[in-house]
Design a protein around this ligand. Structure first.
Ligand SMILES: Nc1ncnc2c1ncn2[C@@H]1O[C@H](COP(=O)(O)OP(=O)(O)OP(=O)(O)O)[C@@H](O)[C@H]1O
Length: 233
């Protein structure tokens, strides 16, 4: 398993002939086998960060290090589950995940419910057995019950394999239930605003007093950043 470092990432896009600065000197690191959640206002640059880390996008400036070695492009060390699940519609579930989900193995993605599709996509991502998992809002579109089930599947697999995980989420409770550490990003352009450790055993209960305290702390941090988005817009 691997230690990941993101150093001084900067990214600007051209939108309608104006320069949109999305990342502005972003620095952080994730320890070997650690589960880190990233929270930040909508549009702050979280998916852009994952696109860079996974090698899909070359940043304007900055570096990515894996186990102290600088990496370039797609090194094959990352399993990346993008916001949209990216299942190939013409492949059956069996061929999408290589194992059957009992009773559904001959179905196509369009024949599955949203929850089942996300489950297939997650299983497929985990099956790649890569060193580092990049999960971009994997459960964002799911109902509360399915989301809870998926979270526990993810935790079970992570406890067994101890892959290094980066999870983007908009859900403060999800971050608190799952992560060892939470990074809060600023409004665009994203920089690191805060690092909040969650040193509690799992499974966690969101009604636990220390989680309630952390939730308040995180919501206050996020509200400051979100108000910047509204003030600007
Ligand atoms: N290839 C691109 N060309 C131009 N602009 C882009 C490109 N990719 C992203 N952007 C812009 O960069 C900004 C950040 O996008 P990004 O998807 O990284 O944010 P995000 O934090 O993941 O958002 P959300 O939380 O809503 O998913 C957005 O304003 C988006 O429109």
């Amino acid at each position: 398993m691997s230690r990941l470092e993101v150093k001084n990432l900067t990214q600007t896009f051209n939108q309608k002939n104006t320069a949109l600065r999305v990342l502005d000197g972003l620095n952080f690191s994730v320890d070997d086998g650690q589960f880190v959640a990233l929270l930040g206002p909508s549009g702050c640059g979280k998916s852009t960060l994952f696109n860079i880390v996974s090698g899909l996008l070359v940043p304007d400036t900055g570096e990515i290090y894996l186990n102290d070695e600088r990496i370039y492009g797609n090194t094959g060390d990352f399993a990346y589950m993008q916001q949209k699940d990216l299942l190939l519609p013409w492949r059956t579930v069996l061929r999408n995940v290589l194992i059957g989900l009992s009773g559904f193995e001959n179905s196509y993605p369009m024949q599955l419910s949203g929850g089942m599709r996300q489950r297939v996509a997650l299983v497929r991502t985990l099956l790649f057995r890569k060193e580092i998992l990049l999960l971009d809002e994997p459960f964002g579109a799911l109902d509360a019950m399915t989301r809870t089930v998926m979270q526990s599947i993810l935790l079970d697999i992570w406890s067994e394999n101890r892959q290094t995980v980066l999870l983007i989420t908009h859900d403060v409770e999800e971050a608190l239930l799952l992560a060892d550490k939470i990074y809060v990003l600023t409004a665009r352009p994203a920089t690191l605003k805060a690092e909040v450790p969650v040193p509690l055993p799992r499974p966690r209960n969101i009604t636990d007093t220390s989680l309630i305290r952390l939730k308040k702390e995180l919501l206050t941090l996020l509200q400051v950043e979100m108000s910047k988005v509204f003030d600007a817009g």
